[in-house]
Design a protein around this ligand. Structure first.
Ligand SMILES: C[S@@+](CC[C@H](N)C(=O)[O-])C[C@H]1O[C@@H](n2cnc3c(N)ncnc32)[C@H](O)[C@@H]1O
Length: 124
């Protein structure tokens, strides 16, 4: 493993090499502009999902609704890159890139964002 810190694309490439099966079905549920993928060739195969209507997506959806769109066991790798800070001001340079109007993430912590992911019945 490369010494950290590394770039997002390099980290993704290494994590996929270490943990994913050969030719995995990958879904990025917070695709945004897809910048975390950089120029990785595998980016073309990623199922691109975001809650915002953004160019190039395969699906506009809330990550909590994924089980309605994809059958259980159909996704090998789920990439989740949520915003990591709460209460981003509208004048912030990060607002348009990282905050969805549909899920503004308010309060002291973003920890509440992950609560439903641990529900066994909800997993994709
Ligand atoms: C930190 S940004 C992701 C940036 C992205 N990885 C990139 O490289 O451009 C967080 C993304 O999560 C999306 N998002 C926020 N809440 C969501 C939800 N409930 N379901 C799906 N996407 C959501 C936002 O629209 C935003 O694009």
């Amino acid at each position: 493993m490369t010494k950290w810190p590394v770039s997002d694309p390099q980290a993704l490439a290494e994590l996929l090499e270490l943990h994913a099966s050969a030719r995995p079905t990958i879904l990025d549920c917070t695709y945004g502009r897809g910048e975390v993928w950089g120029r990785l060739p595998i980016r073309r195969q990623v199922i691109k999902v975001d809650i915002q209507a953004l160019p190039g997506l395969d699906l506009q959806a809330d990550w909590l609704d994924l089980p309605r769109h994809y059958p259980r066991g159909s996704i090998d790798v789920l990439v989740w890159d949520p915003i990591h800070v709460a209460d981003v001001g509208r004048s912030s340079q990060f607002y348009s890139r990282y905050v969805a109007e549909q899920n503004p993430v308010a309060g002291d912590s973003v920890a509440g964002e992950i609560h439903d992911w641990h529900c066994p019945g909800q997993a994709v």
